[in-house]
Design a protein around this ligand. Structure first.
Ligand code: AMP
Length: 268
């Protein structure tokens, strides 16, 4: 569902700490929304499609796990943060009023209002129906968003499989965030200590410049952590009550966390 010829495709990084994640994902429909279509259909995964929500504070390594999970499960990485970052690099003239407003909130490190985020999801319904399944990352972020998503999925007859909740003590989160670098081109994520690029400052995958995301800077991180803490507890409780929540320790290397996830959650 939702594919077209002649659109640019995106490649998920081929290798993360020795774990092969070779699937190619075209996220055009997600990143651009509206009438935009993906060029490449997903490979329907074995045991799938999987429909999963990822939870975890900034810095727990959720982005890396998302990449590994997508390679393993064949799902598409639907990150709301990536929609905003893509919009940020688009020309001002091409932005809608609500997207411009959303970017103002994001630059200050605060959450984008629920109504704006829900509007963006409503423009991307075809992604929820994708035959390859999905891995939602960054949405829902508040109990109100979770309730709205629940209604939307019911209305669309789409069933959620699980909510993976990655957990890590605060001091370890801060250490991880300060070293994070993101490719300005393909958005691949590196870490100066634990996942360095082959050439400092250059993306291994597309040769783009590696930059510190505006919202990874210390002032913005503090605001993000406060917002995360106050919003996430009710969200975790919401999915615990629905018996969809799977808590996973985010201690250790990406490989260890990934194996822990596979063993505790991904058996069908
Ligand atoms: P992320 O990459 O998920 O950390 O998102 C980056 C930024 O985008 C956040 O700090 C928020 O400003 C904004 N954002 C992303 N997803 C949401 C959401 N579901 N609700 C509100 N704001 C969001």
């Amino acid at each position: 569902m939702g594919y077209a010829d002649g659109m640019k495709t995106e490649t998920v990084s081929p290798q993360v700490n020795g774990i092969i994640a070779s699937s190619r994902h075209d996220r055009t429909a997600w990143l651009r929304g509206g009438e935009s279509l993906c060029q490449m259909p997903p490979n329907i995964p074995q045991g799938g499609p999987w429909r999963i929500i990822l939870l975890g504070a900034p810095g727990v390594g959720k982005g890396t796990q998302a990449e590994l999970l997508c390679g393993f499960l064949g799902t598409c990485h639907l990150s709301t943060g990536d929609i905003f970052r893509t919009a940020k690099s688009a020309s001002e003239a091409g932005l809608t009023t609500s997207m411009r407003e959303a970017l103002q909130f994001m630059r200050r490190g605060g959450l984008v209002p629920d109504s704006t985020v829900l509007g963006l999801i409503a423009e991307r319904l075809r992604c929820l129906h994708c035959s390859g399944g999905f891995l939602l990352d960054g949405f829902p972020r508040t109990a109100a968003q979770a309730e709205a998503l629940e209604q939307l999925l019911e209305q669309e007859h789409v069933k959620l499989d699980m909510v993976l909740n990655y957990k890590l003590p605060l001091e370890k989160i801060v250490a991880r965030i300060s070293g994070r670098r993101t490719c300005a081109g393909c958005k691949a994520v590196f870490h100066i200590a634990t996942r360095p690029p082959q050439v400092a400052g250059i993306c291994d995958h597309c040769g783009g410049d590696l930059v510190q995301r505006e919202d990874d800077r210390p002032e913005a991180v503090t605001t993000r952590m406060e917002a995360y803490a106050s919003n996430t507890d009710p969200l975790v409780e919401f999915y615990r009550r629905r018996r969809l929540l799977v808590n996973i320790s985010a201690e250790g290397s990406p490989r260890e966390i990934f194996h822990r996830t596979r063993e505790s959650a991904l058996v069908r």
